[in-house]
Ligand binder design. Structure first.
Ligand SMILES: [Zn+2]
Length: 230
């Protein structure tokens, strides 16, 4: 089976050569994103345990937090493209990069991968949920089942113009547990696109812990410490 997959993949590479998702340049062995684009994407550092992206504040409900890049430049363009310009093809390279970082810094000891969902209204308008697409890629890359565990039960105003306190109030009670099976004793990996103050991810973690989860860790494509553009 494996050999046929390799041959098939090789034929596909010849017929449809792999191109950088961001600039369209032909790739030379590197995965998904060319060296030049990758070089322009500023890596987010590994944080001390239990710390928010600002490097100082403590996480409240989340066990750990990681992000691949800073939310700026090409990374910001990519995420905005995925969210608002139907660039669903960005979910694969961005999700794969998240999976690599999870593997390096958080390990694979998770029972399920889930995501912070958009509201039903937003999903209907957009046609997809970008964080679900990212979570699917991460789960597939790491071999961890992807489960829909959360539902956004009310539409919330955009977080962008709110203060940290305002953001927390804005999302409080916005999500409810929606898993088909119990999460009692399970270790959950929560995937998000951008982690700003962490209000959304922390609220999702609170709901999952209340539902019995043992721990919730968050992995995001990008972190924006001090940024307000979500
Ligand atoms: Zn490129």
């Amino acid at each position: 089976m494996r050999i046929w997959e390799l041959i098939y993949g090789g034929v596909l590479d010849i017929l449809f050569p792999q191109k950088c998702v961001f600039c369209g340049k032909l790739l030379d062995g590197e995965p998904d994103i060319c060296g030049k684009c990758r070089g322009a994407m500023e890596k987010f550092p590994e944080l001390p345990p239990n710390t928010k992206p600002d490097g100082k504040s403590r996480l409240q409900f989340l066990d750990s937090f990681i992000a691949v890049w800073y939310y700026k430049g090409k990374v910001r363009d990519g995420i905005l493209g995925l969210k608002f310009r139907y660039r669903v093809d960005y979910a694969l390279p961005l999700g794969r990069s998240v999976a690599m970082k999870v593997l390096r810094e958080q390990g694979t000891g998770f029972d399920a991968v889930t995501w912070a969902p958009v509201s039903a209204l937003r999903r209907l308008r957009r046609g997809y949920d970008q964080s679900q697409l990212l979570a699917r890629t991460v789960g597939k890359e790491l071999g961890i089942p992807v489960r829909r565990l959360l539902k956004k039960q009310r539409h919330t105003p955009a977080q962008s113009r709110l203060t940290t306190e305002g953001r927390r109030a804005n999302v409080l009670g916005a999500y409810c547990f929606a898993g088909k099976q119990s999460v009692a004793g399970k270790r959950i990996l929560l995937i998000d696109d951008v982690f700003t103050t962490g209000a959304t991810a922390e609220e999702c973690a609170r709901v999952l812990l209340t539902a019995g989860a043992k721990s919730v860790s968050c992995a995001a494509v990008a972190a924006a410490p001090g940024h307000s553009d979500k």
